[in-house]
Design a protein around this ligand. Sequence first.
Ligand SMILES: Nc1nc2c(ncn2[C@@H]2O[C@H](COP(=O)(O)OP(=O)(O)O)[C@@H](O)[C@H]2O)c(=O)[nH]1
Ligand SMILES: [Mg+2]
Length: 353
Amino acid sequence: MSKNVPFEKFYQIPSAQQLLDYSFSKASSKSASLPKTLPNLEKVKRKEMKRIENSTDILSKKIKGIIKSVPNLDSLPEFYRRLSHLLVNNDDLRKNLGRLNGTVPIIQRLERDYKRKVTYQKTAKQCSATRVEFFGRCSSVIRKQAKTLEFLEKCRIDLMQVPRVDLILPSVVVAGYPNVGKSTLVGKISSAQPQISEYPFTTKQIYLGIYYDQYGSRYFQVIDTPGILDRPMSQRNQIEKQAILALNTIATVIIFVFDPTAASGYDVTSQIKLLEEIQQIFTEDLEIPIKIIINKIDFASQDEINLLLNKLTEMKMINNEKDVIRTNAKDGENVEDILKYLLKFFKNRDFRR
Ligand SMILES: Nc1nc2c(ncn2[C@@H]2O[C@H](COP(=O)(O)OP(=O)(O)O)[C@@H](O)[C@H]2O)c(=O)[nH]1
Ligand SMILES: [Mg+2]
């Protein structure tokens, strides 16, 4: 599962002060075990050298841990790669990681220098002063990384926006104008409690429902995208468009829902225009099939349904009326037909991407 959730191990990044407090307090709590016969000054020297060594180890380990926790955006699966590149400047990320990494050899050099310095000291007081001086030098190296650490923490928070999807399961992406019945339909073909996450740049959320087969195994996921695939692309800015395009890396099949009545507030012509756009985005290069649903058949007149069917046929969006599934999502009428279509589709095709 962790393979599917690339930001799971990207933990909170400490501030410079937190990093120092953690390392120095931990280093002091670990003391050296010394032979009793050793002269006092020698004991103090060993103790202080051990503290220098411990704090260097802890600090370097912590820094390396931070660097390792940051996912390599370039090697993420495509969906995550596209979205994360929109959210985080990858060059800046790399530069900041490099800068932080550069502190490790500096601290290690200080360790060598100050351990040697301890050996020259003549009194216990001088030994502990040397160690304190070492802590001071390390602190100033780490404090210079304050901005870097803040930057990394900001990246982490930004990347949290990327919705978690299951990359192994096939994905049904639902599209269509607002109020046509998408959410109602999604509720009927997947788990009642969808997982909700933010979708970058849209101030919108995506809803992810899971369909379980009769054995209780996850079979496919349904992605409802209110506010995302429900208005013309001409109304979107460039970044929004790219965020939307990332959906085509996970969509196995699209369900496009029509309301043949004017009840949703959008006429059939506008709805067909949106369908055309979505065809351009998803089917032209990628050949992701779009299944057309005519919803609200309980409410629509036969004339309204026929008008829509004729237009779709005229525009060659369907070959014949049988290509369309007609539903009443509210009462669950014919929703089985959508499920049948999907299950057959996934069975006949290697959907894994
Ligand atoms: N009469 C009727 N109403 C429906 C049907 N499907 C959905 N609705 C209603 O249409 C409204 C909008 O539905 P919703 O699922 O929120 O649409 P969405 O904006 O596309 O997600 C709600 O009041 C639903 O109860 C249907 O098949 N028949
Ligand atoms: Mg909805």
